[in-house]
Design a protein around this ligand. Structure first.
Ligand SMILES: *Cc1c(COP(=O)(O)O)cnc(C)c1O
Length: 415
């Protein structure tokens, strides 16, 4: 029954339905560091992976497992690993597949933290990241070398809002025998069915839309079952298929990388994220319709020089976005107002909309990227990332559209 359920049903009943002992229907928080076994033989079997069982919460925890299984059900995956943050999920994926001397090919429209991780941490530990224009499918093919261990990209570039043709890039990666790892944080499993587009590993920062209220940090990594790990260029993963079969990637990611880096999700944060996940479909649908309404409002304002949103027919990647997203184009929009001063004035006059560095909250958020997230970048680097002195990024919340528009309207009226 469970595998025929619709998305909304899976987001409420998969992974955990009710507690067998107590009948509790809310996911119990198992705040226990370790788990006892009746015999030395049982613990031996669990340790050696011959029998499933929780051992120590750095490796796995029942609350976290329920959350992993629910996200996995939404992605139609093989299995999932929840992590302390979105950054930890990306690091776990890369450390499972790559080591010093290896290369990653990555689209260059990247979340700022990912860019820092790739350049500072991986760059300094001998893993080289080769960047290509995120939407240039053929550039990925040219950049893949015999040392490449994975291809990485984001579903919606932020704040550029460029959309790569993921099915086409997945075909390139498949042809070259390299797994495609996709950060779908801004599209969520609701808008983007990663498995159907040939993605091998999908990552979410669950701090954003999945938890949905800006109250917790977490991440998740899902193996979608599309890649045949027997042919993986990473010797350790290919070798593990002898014992673990199709679960080779997940086994190495959990028992080598997660276990030894300690980047596990806490049970309490798993509880919050699982709770948020139950309303993901309702919220994403509202984020998307509010974004469309707000874009229409801004387009009619003479003070607004330009509006960028992948849902607009004039957006350069609109056709790709329409073919690969289902149910909307996400909750991020950007505006250009002509000058940096106008951006600051509008932000300072807003009464309800919050000025802060986050996305995917129930609340509407705004930021001036050039003076904050990108303040260390040169003007040329900013432009390459789609950042301009007169640009603001809005993460559209799920308040009433009328109240969001009214707040922007009073802030713009005095221009
Ligand atoms: C926020 C974000 C991350 C990092 O997630 P954290 O949970 O903050 O570590 C990664 N990718 C994207 C696209 C994000 O928006």
């Amino acid at each position: 029954m469970a595998n025929t359920w619709d998305f909304e049903t899976r987001s409420i009943h998969s992974g955990f339905d009710q507690d067998k002992g107590t009948g509790a229907t809310a996911l119990p928080i198992y705040e226990s560091a370790a788990f006892a076994y009746d015999s030395a033989e049982d613990l031996e079997a669990a340790f050696q992976g011959r029998k499933f069982g929780h051992i120590y919460s750095r490796i796995a925890n029942p609350t976290v497992t329920a959350f992993e299984n629910r996200v996995n059900a939404l992605e139609n995956g093989l299995g999932a690993i929840a992590t302390a943050s979105g950054m930890a999920a990306i690091a776990t994926a890369v450390y499972t597949l790559a080591q010093a001397g290896d290369e990653i090919v990555s689209g260059k429209s990247l979340f700022g933290g990912t860019f820092q991780l790739f350049n500072e941490i991986f760059g300094n530990s001998g893993i080289k990241v080769v960047y290509v224009e995120s939407t240039a499918t053929e550039a990925y093919r040219r950049a893949i070398s015999p040392r490449t261990k994975l291809v990485f990209l984001e579903t919606i570039g932020n704040p550029k809002l460029d959309i790569p043709d993921i099915g086409a890039i997945a075909a390139v990666a498949r042809e070259q025998g390299v797994p495609l790892v996709v950060d779908s944080t801004l599209s969520t499993p609701y808008l983007f069915a990663a498995k159907r587009f040939g993605v091998d590993l999908v990552i979410h920062s669950t701090s954003k839309y999945i938890s949905g209220s800006g109250n917790t940090i977490g991440g998740i990594l899902v193996d979608l079952g599309n890649f045949d790990w027997r042919h993986c260029r990473t010797g350790a993963v290919a070798a593990l298929t002898k014992q673990a079969g199709e679960y080779a990637f997940l086994a190495r990611a959990r028992r080598q990388v997660l276990q030894n880096t300690g980047s596990c999700l806490s049970p309490f944060n798993a509880y919050l994220q699982n709770l948020g996940l139950e309303t993901l479909a309702l919220r994403m649908s509202k984020h998307c319709t509010n974004a469309v309404g707000l874009v229409e409002y801004f387009q009619a304002q003479p003070q607004v020089v330009s509006v960028n949103y992948p849902g607009l027919p004039g957006h350069p990647d609109h056709a790709v976005a329409a073919a690969q997203f289902h149910g909307g184009y996400g909750g991020l929009i950007t505006l250009r107002l002509g000058t940096r001063e106008r951006c600051f004035r509008m932000i300072n006059r807003l009464k309800m909309v919050k000025c802060l560095a986050n996305v995917g909250d129930a609340k509407t958020l705004i930021i001036h990227p050039a003076s904050t997230i990108y303040h260390n970048c040169s003007a040329a680097e900013q432009e390459a990332a789609g950042v301009y002195p007169d640009l603001v990024r809005i993460s559209v919340g799920i308040e009433s559209l009328r109240d969001i528009i009214n707040d922007f309207d009073q802030a713009l009226a005095k221009e």
